[in-house]
Design a protein around this ligand. Sequence first.
Ligand code: HEC
Length: 134
Amino acid sequence: MPYTSYAKVSREDLSALYAYFMQGVEPVRQPNHPTKLKWPLSIHSLMVVWNGLYLKKGEYTTDANKGVSWNRGAYLVQGLGHCGGCHTPRGVLGQEKAESEKDSRQYLAGAKLDNWYALPLTEIAKPGSMLVKR
Ligand code: HEC
């Protein structure tokens, strides 16, 4: 649940998601699985501290210097798409090192995830990039 990204989702889109889940998806009765997180990550109350350090509240704010399409793309990438959740490197406490292109060049700069490497999207976007087979 990448809630640090979903915090940027607009009230209108959240209301639409809520309506869909409440009216369009049949509930099932199923007990939760116990957490497999290792200590100290398994201590849920520590999240209060982590959130205080890293969770930025508030919806995506439009960049007035960019166009409508650019802002729509940035909103989708930073919010519901949460592309940075995998494609941005993380710090020692698991925080994304940047949450948008405004924070630093680390944003979408590629990151290791378990045995995967999520490519640097900033490089892929360049014309002639050798990172993606076309
Ligand atoms: C859950 C983790 C995760 C998220 C979230 C994620 N990606 Fe990725 N992405 C990966 C990984 C891992 C790879 C590398 C896959 C491989 O090497 O086969 C990848 C590869 C890619 C590639 C390269 C594909 C290719 O042909 O080689 C692109 C482009 C891409 N992601 C774009 C995005 C965009 C845009 C978003 C947000 C809408 C996004 N990703 C969100 C994990 C993620």
